[in-house]
Structures are given as C-alpha cells and as structure tokens.
Ligand binder design. Structure first.
Ligand code: ADP
Length: 921
C-alpha cells in the first residue's frame, strides 16, 4: 500500500475524531452532554488498551503463552473494588478539585509541593517511553503496510511519516486538551472521541480474529490442535516452567495499580467522571470489554505463528501481516486503523494528563512562588500555553526516544516497566485513602525507596546491551553477586518484571510504614488525612464549612479570578458569594466562603499547592487555622453524635410514655375492679344481713313458733353470719398480707396429706355436681415442704372449689397431681370446666377480680346451690392464694383455654432433708 494513502487515511481518521469531539463539545455547552452516560464512561476507560494490547498482546502470547492475560486479569479482579477505592478517589477529587494523580498524592500529604514534583517526574520517566512505543507501533504498522520494513527507522526524520503523525497528534491534542482553562479540567470532546476510538479498536480486532479463526482456519479448535503439534507452541499452552504463581501474582497486582494510577486512567476514570453512579456499570462493562478484546489473542498468536513462521517478522506484527499475506487489503487497513486508534487514544489522553500534571505541580508552584514572576505571568493564558508547550515537548521527547532507544525493545517490556513505575503509588494512595496515620515522611520515603529499586531492577537492565556491560546482569555490579539487578539478594524464582515489582513494592511499603511511624504528622497533613479518609462522612459538612480567618479584599480576589478565568466568570463567582456587591452597601472584604471558593476553582486550574500560595499572597492571612478546621470537622462530627443521641432519647421517651400509658390503663382497670368489688362486697354483706335480720325478726315476733321451723330459721341465721365472717376475714387477711404483718406458722408438711383432707372437704360439692375427683401422687413421703398448714389447706381447697365451681354439671374429672421437679414440689389442679379467656388469665389473680362471665353463672347458681356457700365467690380467693404461695417462696401459674378447662400449677420449694432443728422454728 502506498504510504501516502496511509498518511491520508490516518489524517482523515484524526479529522473524524476531531468532528466527533467537536460535536460532543458543542452538545455539552448546550447542556445535552454525550458524556453523561455510563457507556461512554466505560468505553473511555478502555483507553487502557493501547497499541500494546492491539499488537503487543499477540506478540506476548506468541512468546510467553497465556501470561499476557495478567494485564487484564488484574483490572478485572479489582473492578469490584472500584466501588470502594475509585468512588472514594472521585469524591475526594471533586471535593478538592484535584486534577491528576500527582496532585492527589501531594494534596493528601499536606499539599506538599515536593511530593507533587516527585510523582510528576516519576510519571514522566515511566511514561515517555510508553508513549514512544505507541509512536513506534504507528510507525511500524505504516512501514509494514507500505511494504518497506525498517525503511523509516533509518530515514531522516523529516521524511519519516511517524514524525508527521506525531506532529498531527500533538496539534490534535492541543486543540482538544487545552481549549480553555477549566476549573474542573474536564474535556467532554476528548472523552467522546476516546470512547469512539475504543469501539474502533474493538471492532477491528474482533473482525481480524474472526477472519483468521474462521477464514484461515476452521475455528479455534483447528488452530489449537495444529498449535499443539508445534513444540514451541505446546509449551505456551501450558503454565510450564518460567510461569510461577509468584509471577502471576505480581503481574496482576501491577496491572491493578496501573488501571487506576496511570495518568491517562486517572484522567478518564476520575477527572472526567461526570457522575459517580457511572461506576455501577463500568464495574462490569469494562471487564467485559477486556474479555472481548482478548478473546482472539491466542488464536491470532498461534495462527500467526503457524502461518507466518517463515517470515522474518516479530510476533507483534502478526495482526497486520496476517491479512496482508492473505491479500485482504480492506481488512489490513481496518487492522491498521484499529492499531492507530489504540495508539492515538493513549497518546492523546496521556499527554494531556501529563501536561496538566507538569503545569499544576511543577511549573505553577515555581512561578507562583516568586512574586516578581507572578505579576508577569500569572494569568490563564500562561497556564494554557504552558500546557500546550509541554504537550509538544513530551511528544517530541517520545519521538526522540523512539528514534534513539526504543527499537531495542519489544512493545511489551516497555509497557510493563511503566506499569511498575505507577505501581509505586500504591502504598501512598491506598494508605492515604484508608489510614489517617500515613504521613508525608512516610510517603516520601516509600516513593523514593520504591522508585530507586524500580530503576535499579527494571530500568537499568534495559540499558545493558547498549550502554552498560552485560556483566552487570550476570555477575552484579563490581562482581557483587547478590546485587545483580534481576536477582537481588539471590532471588531467582521470579521473572524480571515480577522480581522488580516484588522488591520495589517491598521497599516502598517498608519506607511508607516506617516513615509514617517514626516521624510526626504536621497539622495540615492531619487535616488532609481526615478530609481524605473520612470523605464520605464529611461530604456534606464540608460543603458548608469554611476554613478561613483572614482578611482579603474582594477586589484582589476579583483580579485573581479575572486573570485566570476572564472577567465574566469572575463576576459570576463574586456575585454568588458576595451579593452585597451589586446592592449599594459594599463590603470591602471578602467573606470566608468566597475565599474558599476562589481557592478551590484556582486549584482546578493550577493545582492545590499553587492555589493556596496564590490566595495566601493576596490575603492578610492569619495563619490558616488548622485547629479551627479540626474544630469545625469535630463539631460536625459532634453534631452527628448529638443527633444520634437525640434520636435515641426520643425513642426512649416514646417507650416510657407508652409504658406509662399502659400502667395508667392498668390502674384504671384496677380502680374499676375496686369499684366493682365495693359494690359486690356491699351487696354480699347486705344480702346475709338482710336475711339474718328478717329471720330473727320473724323468730322474735313469733313466740309460739313451731320449734322445727325456729330451728331451721336459726340454722340459716348461723350460716349467713358464717358467710359474713368469712368475707370479712378474707378482706382482713388480704389487708394483713399486703401490709406485711402476716405471720406464717410453719412446719414440715407432706402436701399429699393436705390434698386428701381438702378432697374430703370439697367432696360433697363435687358429688352434688357429679364431677369425679382423681388424685395422683408421684412423691415420696420425704418430699416435704415448709409451710403453714391452715394456709396451704386454704389454697388447695380454694383451687379445688374453683375447679368445681367453674365446671358445668357432670363435666370431666378434676385431677390433682403432686410430683417433684428440680428442687420443688409441684401441685397441679386440673379441671375440664369453662376455662379462662387468655385476656383474663393474669387478671384473675388480682384481688376483687371476677370475670364477667363468671358473675353471670354465679347469679344463676347462687339460688340453686344454697348449701354451697363455700362456693360463693368474692373475687378474693385467688388473690389470697397467690399471696400465700408467695409468702411460701413459691409460684402459682395457670394454663387455660376457654371452653376446655384450666390447670393451676403451684410450685413450692422442697424442705432440706433432716433439718429437724429448723423444724422447731
Ligand atoms: P371467686 O371467689 O370469684 O372464685 P377467685 O379469686 O377464686 O374468686 O377467682 C377469680 C376468678 O377466676 C373467678 O371469678 C373465675 O372467673 C376465675 N376462675 C378461678 N378458677 C377458675 C377455674 N378453675 N376455671 C375457670 N375460671 C376460674
């Protein structure tokens, strides 16, 4: 294919991106954002897949088999963790207007400038080579397709198409990355274009995979069965020697870090995020994308190996060479575009992210730190121009690196070394997110230690054939064996990348923990630590809290805002926070909210550290009140606590009120019972008195009365007086028990004896009602209790007579049993009578209580059972019974069902055996 055509196609493709980006940008300005949806967000995350994926995965698979997968397994495994980690990072960045990973780390550790610079430099060193391999991929694919391999590598740069492609990319990036100075640093156009590119590379790769698998072979099975016959490939299909679990682990861990911390990933995942909720979908969409794009890697790698083994080409080129060799020009072009989009996507986002990083963390702090420079250059256009220049400079650096160095390496190794570089952010970032104790000295120490080891174990070896002697790797520096960069301290079970990851992260982590443990934390660091770790708890409080106690002229703030964002936006901000400006009564000084706001928007444009310096420079600042801040945070936390306490108290109050009203209800009920009782008692007393009086009057007035009749009348008078006496005695008993004046005269008692006596007493009543009584005794004569004979007798009689009284005529038998159970003597009285409604079961033990239904039956029976005076009810029987049982330290319980009968159970403690002396008491 003619290289000129290819260049045109590439330029055309870039123009298409430009149009897409432009449309998106326009729509975002009219409020119909394209980016505000989870699909675009997930696709933009796929900027993770670079030319390295597109060409390099196949190359790596052909050389090392399935190990290429670690780069995708890592992110897939961590995706669910994004809900915890990424969401937190996004929230923090939105809150603090953080726009890149360097700023993130610097802000967490006390807005330290030095740390920001360090992270930026590490990113640059790690990533410029990575950009250069994208250029290499573009240039390589150009030369392959135009049929002149190697020609471009050696050509003068002005005749090198890769040079022009790089320039074009630079222009494109500048156009879309640095249009205006945005406080949020979001680029909707760019994100849409990147999402589009992700689609293109996916479609291209899958199309190619389908062509090779089903066009050149008969499906995946045929490729694999052929591959397994080649000894070189057979090994790749297994986890054979060289791929230890350790290798897998470290490679996965590394890519987990990369997918979050590579500057371009941070840019699309955090900075460009419009809505946290997009994460919900991205958590599975992004892994799905990785899965699909990897589906055909092995078939392509093996297919390429089988079909193109004779050609003098690297496995990285299989993707392009397969369609070329089989005359599929269209497909070859599609493959080229796919690879081109993978490369350009990476270059565009990565350079923008790096340029923001450099301008916000290196250039601006430098400029703003010098008041004399500041007045000259401290404007918005300066910031933008800085970024434009850095973008061009990085691209040129990458190009130079590509021309000078990168032909020594394959795509994969350089990419992995970059990954390992950003993995160094792991301890500082993860520690910073979840551990308030992590501090600046720790972060600094960890990062230094980690990056030094990274450089020593991973970067130095790449310089070996070209710049350093081979003995460095084989014998170690100065012949010191245990310092060999790829076998540090004699570790030789891991392949070089995993080996480097292991030592660098170990050094890094130790440094981080040791530094954090041994140096104190400054108060601003402590503040930031709280703001980061507790972000979810503080989110709301922070929006309203303001940490400022200085004096700033509104005019100064206005001019600051104007220089960076132009007069219109400056005005809007001022009006929002200082509304008095527009009305007559101007206040000269800005209030705290305006100051905080200004600092925050500036932070978005020039980095947190610079924004602080800048605002501080126009303010007569009383030292930033760290204590104040902590106080505000604390008070917001306290508020939450107080709130909780209030809720708890009101719940308690509610409960108490409920209890009170329940008690009140009970009282009312008891009161009613008392009234009932009084009328009952009055009635009960009046009835015998009336009849006594009537009968004695008759006897008195009739001296010549028949002696039999007189005898009968006087007998009735005696019974009525007995009844009166009993009623009065009951009331008195109750009163004495309740006032605690009641004395038991206790002795050792064998309860079954009492039962027999009681049955004798109530026997006639039972016979009269034709109710049999059964007694069952399961105790030994030694099972005795201490008790008052008369009182206990009264109890049993009362229970028995109730059982008879509340059973219908000829109802089932009444059963009395006695047995022992767990140190107690248990007496049960069971009847087949009318039973007691559940609602009354507790109440019947109250004094004066009679169930309504009973009173009805009583009325009916009182006339018929004249002789059954014992049965006459007062509602006091059970009340007294229970009190007597309690006096004996026993319990009485009831089980009953309306219409089926009742069973009263009395438990009395057994008397200790042979306590004769005690008996005398
Ligand atoms: P009373 O002198 O009215 O029998 P008690 O205190 O002995 O008074 O009993 C209170 C109430 O409990 C009775 O009015 C009756 O409604 C109910 N009761 C007691 N024992 C029984 C029982 N075995 N079966 C059904 N109801 C009973």
């Amino acid at each position: 294919m003619n290289s000129l055509i290819l260049l045109f196609v590439s330029a055309g493709y870039l123009c298409l991106l430009f149009v897409i980006a432009d449309i998106a940008e326009r729509r975002s300005r009219t409020g119909r954002s394209l980016v505000n949806n989870p699909y675009i967000y997930s696709l933009s995350l796929a900027v993770y897949c670079t030319a390295w994926t597109f060409y390099g995965s196949v190359g790596r698979a052909a050389e090392h088999g399935v190990q290429f997968l670690t780069v995708y397994i890592g992110p897939t495994l961590t995706a669910p963790l994004w809900w915890i980690i990424l969401r937190k990072i996004i929230r923090i960045c939105k809150q603090q207007r953080i726009t890149n990973i360097a700023d993130f780390i610097s802000a967490r550790y006390g807005k330290s400038r030095g740390l920001g610079v360090f992270v930026t430099v590490l990113c640059l060193v790690g990533i410029i080579p990575y950009i250069s391999i994208q250029i290499k991929a573009i240039s390589g694919s150009l030369s392959l397709l135009s049929g002149s391999p190697d020609a471009y590598d050696r050509s003068f740069f002005l005749t090198d198409p890769a040079f022009y492609t790089t320039l074009l990319l630079g222009i494109f990036t500048i156009l879309f990355g640095t249009r205006t100075l945005e406080a949020t640093e979001r680029h909707e156009g760019m994100v849409t274009a990147i999402a589009f590119e992700s689609l293109v590379k996916l479609v291209a790769f899958v199309a190619l995979g389908v062509f090779v698998t089903f066009g050149l072979f008969d499906g995946p099975a045929s490729i694999f069965s052929k591959a397994i016959q080649l000894p070189a490939l057979k090994e790749q299909l297994t986890f054979g020697p060289g791929h230890t679990t350790g290798d897998w682990f470290w490679n996965c861990l590394m890519s987990m870090a990369a997918v979050l911390f590579l500057p371009r990933q941070f840019q699309v995942a955090v900075v460009e995020n419009v809505d946290e909720r997009h994460l919900d979908r991205a958590i599975w969409l992004f892994p799905l994308y990785l899965f699909v794009i990897n589906l055909f890697v092995l078939p392509l790698a093996f297919g390429g190996h089988i079909l193109l083994a004779d050609l003098p080409i690297h496995a990285d080129s299989y993707v392009l060479m397969l369609p070329v060799q089989y005359g599929q020009k269209g497909l070859a072009l599609l493959a080229y575009i796919g690879g081109f989009s993978a490369a350009t996507g990476m270059i565009i986002v990565e350079t923008i992210a790096l340029s923001v990083m450099v301008s916000n963390n290196v250039v601006m702090p430098l400029v703003i730190g010098r008041p004399s420079w500041q007045s000259r250059v401290g404007t918005g256009s300066f910031v933008i121009n800085t970024r434009r220049i850095t973008i061009l400079v990085f691209l040129l650096m990458a190009y130079v690196y590509y021309r000078a160095v990168s032909h020594h390496f394959s795509l994969v190794s350089v990419g992995l070394i970059s990954f390992a570089a950003v993995a160094q952010f792991l301890p500082a970032v993860i520690g910073g997110l979840f551990w308030k104790g992590g501090n600046l000295p720790g972060a600094r120490l960890g990062l230094w230690a980690g990056s030094l080891v990274w450089f020593y174990t991973l970067v130095l070896p790449t310089l070996v054939p070209a710049l350093l002697p081979a003995e460095l790797l084989t014998d170690g520096p100065l012949g010191i064996g245990w310092l060999r960069p790829q076998n540090l301290f004699g570790l030789n079970t891991l392949e070089p990348i995993a080996h480097g990851m292991f030592w660098s992260l170990l050094a890094n982590l130790i440094g981080y923990l040791w530094g954090s443990a041994n140096w104190p934390q400054s108060s601003i660091e402590y503040n930031q630590a709280i703001l980061f770790v507790d972000i979810f708890k503080l989110s709301r409080a922070l929006d309203n809290s303001v940490v400022w106690r200085g004096k700033v002229l509104i005019a100064d703030l206005r001019s600051l805002l104007t220089t960076f964002f132009g007069p219109e936006r400056a005005n809007r901000a001022i009006l929002r926070y200082a509304p008095d400006e527009s009305s007559g009564q101007k206040s000269l000084y800005a209030d705290a909210q305006l100051v905080t706001y200004t600092e925050r928007v500036l932070a978005g444009a020039i980095g947190t550290a610079s924004a602080r310096t800048l605002v501080a420079s126009v303010a007569k600042e009383e030292p930033i009140l760290v204590d104040e801040m902590i106080r505000i945070l604390k008070s917001s936390q306290e508020l939450i606590l107080v709130n909780k306490e209030l809720k708890r108290k009101s719940a308690e109050l509610e409960r108490t009120t409920r209890q009170l009203s329940e008690a009140n209800e009970r009282l009312k009920a008891a009161d009613m019972h008392k009234d009932d009782f009084l009328s009952t008692v009055t009635h009960e007393i009046r009835t015998p008195i009336t009849s006594i009086r009537a009968l004695t009057e008759i006897v008195h007035d009739t001296p010549d009365m028949d002696p039999d009749a007189r005898q009968h009348f006087l007998g009735t008078v005696i019974k009525e007086s007995e009844r009166l006496t009993r009623l009065i005695n009951q009331v008195l008993d109750l009163e004495r028990i309740e006032s605690g004046r009641y004395q038991l005269s206790t002795e050792r008692l064998y309860l079954p004896e009492l039962v027999t006596e009681a049955v004798d007493v109530v026997g006639p009543l039972a016979t009269e009602k034709a109710i049999p009584i059964r007694v069952a005794n399961h105790t030994e004569p030694s099972d005795s209790v201490w008790g008052d004979r008369d009182r206990l007798m009264e109890v049993i009689v009362n229970l028995l007579s109730n059982a008879i009284k509340y059973s219908d005529r000829a109802a089932g038998p009444i059963t009395i049993t006695t047995h022992t159970d767990a140190g107690a003597l248990v007496l049960t009285v069971q009847d087949k009578g009318i039973g007691i409604d559940l609602a009354h079961q507790e109440l019947i033990f109250e004094k004066f209580y009679q169930t309504h239904a009973v009173r009805q039956t009583e009325k009916g029976s009182s006339r018929s059972a004249k002789s059954g005076r014992v049965l006459k009810s007062s509602g006091l029987g059970l009340a007294i019974t229970r009190r007597i049982i309690h006096l004996h330290r026993g319990t009485i319980t009831l089980e009953s069902k309306l219409g089926e009968g009742s069973c009263f159970t009395v438990r009395l403690p057994l008397a200790p055996e042979g306590a004769v002396a005690y008996e005398k008491q």
